[in-house]
Design a protein around this ligand. Structure first.
Ligand code: XIL
Length: 302
């Protein structure tokens, strides 16, 4: 096939992108997004600060713009994200204890209920592990409500939208030998053993020269899949250019295709100029919307 989404579909996978509501008036951007991708993540519009700006008052206007555009164009949606230490609304940042726990569960319930039936997979919890080299939980106001906050969020999400796949999502979990990878692996293993509802693990996959695509990526994805969850690459971008960047993008496709439970790949933006990264050229289309070498290598690998 001649597009990323259609080629991935031939392999039983998806190829997606993040969409920013503020760019939806840009016709070059929207033309590429509609043509190439068949899974859509809202880059910011479904996060806690966007959906519950003041406590108990929910706003879905921008999330809906993205979700409705995706669904009406035959695409699926990854929901991102119900619970995270970052991009919390101000009122939540200053909360703690049981009041915060209750607010968290209410948030998960309200947002997952609102989008019930429209979301293929939710990143229920994002980035809850630390980069401390010991595989510990990250300290946060949510973590300080008790170590069971993650499973409580997953149970609330399952009750609110029983048909959505429920994912744990994180970064720096790509290399099998990293302590953080092991920490997340042990949590998922424990959740599966105790019947905590979890269906998938998302690997953000923000790569750069100091943190390249690991040669053991396939091992990592396979080991998680062997726990009985789907795995997905959820926020892929790779700093660099030319053939070295193209090769790494191709390696990510190969790692995913080698794991039957790797259901798809999402890149974190359309053109280089749309990237959240302050500098560099980490995406598949240049600032003018031209296909880069990385695009061609992904299409050929699919
Ligand atoms: C980023 C967005 O791309 C930016 O626009 C925003 O300013 C900050 O968040 N991990 C995640 C994503 O899970 O939600 C982040 O997205 C990038 C890192």
């Amino acid at each position: 096939a001649s597009t990323l989404g259609a080629s991935a579909a031939e392999k039983g996978r998806y190829y997606g992108t993040a969409i920013a509501a503020g760019r939806m008036g840009d016709s070059t951007y929207m033309t590429i997004a509609n043509r190439e991708f068949n899974m859509i993540t809202a880059e910011n519009e479904m996060k806690m600060d966007a959906t519950e700006p003041s406590q108990g008052r929910f706003t879905f206007t921008n999330g809906d713009r993205i979700v409705n555009w995706a669904l009406s164009n035959g695409k699926r949606v990854r929901g991102h994200t119900l619970a995270w230490h970052a991009q919390q609304p101000g009122w939540m940042q200053s909360m703690s204890g049981s009041a915060l726990r209750n607010a968290l569960i209410n948030h998960v319930t309200q947002v997952a209920s609102y989008y019930r039936g429209k979301v293929y997979a939710w990143d229920v919890v994002n980035e809850a592990f630390a980069d401390d080299g010991r595989g510990s939980r990250r300290d946060s106001n949510l973590q300080r409500t008790g170590n069971d906050w993650i499973e409580a969020a997953f149970r609330a999400a399952r009750a609110a939208d029983p048909n959505a796949k429920l994912c744990y999502n994180d970064y720096n979990t790509d290399n099998w030998s990293h302590a953080k990878t092991q920490g997340v692996y042990n949590m998922v293993k424990d959740f599966k053993a105790r019947g905590v509802p979890i269906d998938c693990v998302g690997f953000q996959a923000h790569f750069n020269s100091g943190n390249p695509v690991p040669s053991n990526y396939h091992t990592t994805l396979q080991n998680f899949a062997d726990l009985g969850v789907d795995v997905q690459i959820t926020e892929l971008d790779i700093e660099g250019s030319g053939s070295s960047q193209a090769q790494q993008y191709q390696g990510v496709v190969q790692a995913c295709l080698a794991v039957s439970r790797c259901t798809g790949i999402t890149v974190w933006g359309v053109r280089d100029t749309d990237s959240w990264r302050a500098s560099g050229t980490p995406l598949l289309f240049d600032g003018s919307g031209n296909k880069k070498a990385a695009y061609t290598s992904v299409l050929n690998a699919l």
